[in-house]
Design a protein around this ligand. Sequence first.
Ligand SMILES: *Cc1c(COP(=O)(O)O)cnc(C)c1O
Length: 406
Amino acid sequence: MSRALTGPDRRGHFGPYGGSFVPETLMAPLEELTEAFRKAWRDRDFRREFQQLLRDYVGRPTPLYYASRLSEELGAKVYLKREDLCHTGAHKINNALGQVLLARRMGKQRVIAETGAGQHGVATATAAARFGLKCVVYMGRVDMERQALNVVRMRILGAEVVPVTAGQQTLKEAISEAMRDWVTNVRTTHYVLGTVFGAHPYPWMVREFQSVIGREARRQILRCEGRLPDLLVACVGGGSNAMGLFAPFLRNRTVRCIGVEAGGRGLTPGDHAARFAAGRPGVLQGARTLVLQDDDGQILPTHSISAGLDYAAVGPEHVWLHELGRTEYTWVSDEVAVQGFELLARTEGILPALESAHAIGWLWQERRRWKRSDLIIVNLSGRGDKDVHQLADRFGAAAVHAEPPA
Ligand SMILES: *Cc1c(COP(=O)(O)O)cnc(C)c1O
């Protein structure tokens, strides 16, 4: 495999991207984390314990499901990688468990995390409960109101959820607050970052923990189709479910890898999170990557119907793979994502997370391009139960309430 496709280099660079742009006080802890991960990942016992947890606790391997009615509708042969069937309902638990195992191995008694929609917070609180570690989750106050049930979930799991009231009171501020905590408490505390983002070693470490998705999918598609897929499709927030699926296929150049970003209400600044369409290189929260910013380098606000895709920057490895021409990125609007959601519900009886619905929606939007023989794997990164209340109005909740009792 070409070295460029297996990065990062020792200092965490993916070509000109990645690296570690952090305060001086975090340099040594990040190096310690890098060494601890490097050793653990080579250690048979660590790998065995992680694998056993993934099997017995998360429920892996997740199925690769042939979606026959969806395939009929799209005019291609479509398989779904069922990360929605993971414990806690999304792929995030793979990474959270990996990092909590590592934290315990490093002798840390406390983990912290940031969360936007609450999915990563719930995954971290779950993994911390499983290993009896203290857990603190930083969350913007606005997000806490939007995702009140996830706040309750985390608290039931024994985590402390700390409201962040700075700035827009959403994910970006929550990350800054978690960083501040980490700087202060780094001796006792591990920071569980939720995606392939931030300073080295996070993009690399999270990719490795999530690559189980692609390794399973590769084995599964070879078993049932006898060949590699033509196309992999995944939604891209920070980019961890996409990297997890893509990574084990990167050396097979016939396999196209497509990431779908949040186009929100359209590509006007502030209305979307399409970093590849509208971002420029810059440094945000520890790494050099593509960032949505104005001419003065101010970070732009973002919008997406799905909180998990709603962020101004993207994982640095994606940017590098894109420059190398190995991966491609596109976006769909909120509207198309909702169409994807409905389509999967109606044809397969599966409610996807609104994030994953972007990938389905894109396949539907581009349906004229597909041939019957096209073999496609879509990463169904999570389940949609969390999003039902958001769609309630579209599906007549108001009308139901207005109905007089029978
Ligand atoms: C968090 C989340 C995402 C986006 O994060 P990535 O790191 O890009 O995978 C996508 N889907 C679901 C279900 C999520 O919870």
